[in-house]
Design a protein around this ligand. Structure first.
Ligand code: PLP
Length: 360
């Protein structure tokens, strides 16, 4: 039986050749972020059109590092609960307090009106997630940011290559965090990046460069200083080499995702489904269903893998406090994610649409 995977990185001989070259060179990694890492940072910066980019070894590390410059200890950061748990962990790693806001039921991105309601004198930042590749309402969030003097850090793990108006995601918020986990639109073995748009970007580069490599600073030959704690978050050369090849074809691959999403949107006969817009990057495609478990079992039986993204974070024991988020909780019970990766053939897409309409 033909198995259709939920996620599947699209790779060719070019990625293979690029890592063979790194393998043979013996230069596999450097905390200094030179070589392919620096090349990737520059090319990605050009692609999204931001002031600077800092490569790291995961999306989680990007979020943790970005928030580390905001001094959020005992302060509140507002985020959606519908996300991978890293979005909340990044706040906790930095001693901050995650405050969960509702999602907009049309986009499943954070609802800016609920964000406004949750702002207190202790709020330091807003952390929206561009869920499934739909950009959050940045116009309204930037307005709130200015009004309440907050910082906007974006979780763009799903939105590599997505557009907001005539600009790429990565060119708006103070710091925009990407993930290049193998399931993502731009795949590496593991990787992440912070795209920086703040006017103090030169200073931020210095801080991030040191903190992503154990706090190492002021290097001269083999000597250096340590002024503060840092982590082992730097990107390796294999990841960067694959990323450089993937970046060249990102728009092409995203266009394939959009074509698949357009077909789902037009041909799936469900009311509650992800909207279509050519600006979205369609990391996956979501539908909302009442009979989720039965549906997923039937899909699995005919070889189609589906997913659940995500269990709301505020329902996990570690984060369970008093928040009541009825829209998010309802989505958490009914969301099913469908494959949109560019390895899907037309007949795979036909089968998925036919099966969703039959089993839902
Ligand atoms: C929304 C979101 N944020 C953050 C992350 C963390 O990225 P990574 O797995 O690269 O650490 C992910 C990836 O799974 C994600 O989906």
């Amino acid at each position: 039986m033909n198995q259709i995977k939920l996620f599947d990185p699209v790779v060719s001989d070019e990625e293979e050749l690029s890592i063979k070259k790194i393998f043979k060179s013996g230069f596999w990694a450097s905390g200094a972020g030179i070589g392919k890492v620096s090349d990737f940072e520059q090319k990605f910066r050009k692609y999204v059109d931001s002031k600077d980019c800092i490569g790291v070894n995961s999306g989680t590390a990007a979020l943790q590092l970005a928030l580390s410059v905001l001094d959020i200890k005992n302060k509140e950061v507002i985020l959606p609960s519908l996300s991978f748990v890293s979005t909340a962990h990044a706040i906790v790693y930095n001693g901050g307090k995650p405050i969960f806001a509702e999602v907009d039921p049309q986009t499943l991105c954070i609802d800016p009106f609920d964000v406004e309601k949750k702002i207190t004198k202790n709020t330091k930042a807003i952390l929206p997630v561009h869920f499934a590749g739909i950009p959050a309402n940045l116009t309204k969030l930037e307005h709130i940011k200015k009004e309440f003097d907050l910082t906007l850090v974006e979780d763009a793990a799903h939105a590599c290559g997505a557009d907001y108006g005539d600009k790429k995601i990565g060119s708006h918020g103070d710091m925009v965090c990407f993930s290049f986990h193998p399931v993502k639109n731009l795949a590496m073995p593991s990787g992440g990046l912070i795209s920086i748009n703040r006017s103090d970007h030169r200073n931020l580069r210095k801080i991030f460069s040191s903190r992503r490599w154990c706090g190492i600073t002021h290097r001269k030959n083999v000597f250096y200083d340590i002024k503060e704690i840092g982590w082992n978050f730097y990107m390796n050369e294999f990841s960067a080499a694959i990323g450089l090849v993937q970046l060249k074809k990102l728009d092409l691959l995203n266009n394939k995702r959009k074509k698949i999403a357009k077909r789902y949107h037009d041909e799936i006969s469900l009311e509650q489904k992800m909207p279509y817009d050519k600006n979205y990057s369609y990391h996956f495609y979501w539908i909302l269903l009442k009979n989720r478990e039965q549906f997923r079992k039937k899909m699995k039986n005919i070889g189609i893998e589906t997913g659940i993204h995500y269990q709301p974070i505020h329902k996990f024991s570690m984060y369970a406090k008093h928040s009541r988020l009825p829209i998010t909780e309802n989505v958490g019970k009914s969301i099913v994610t469908l494959p949109t990766h560019p390895n899907l053939s037309d007949s795979d897409v036909d089968l998925i649409i036919h099966s969703v309409n039959k089993f839902s």
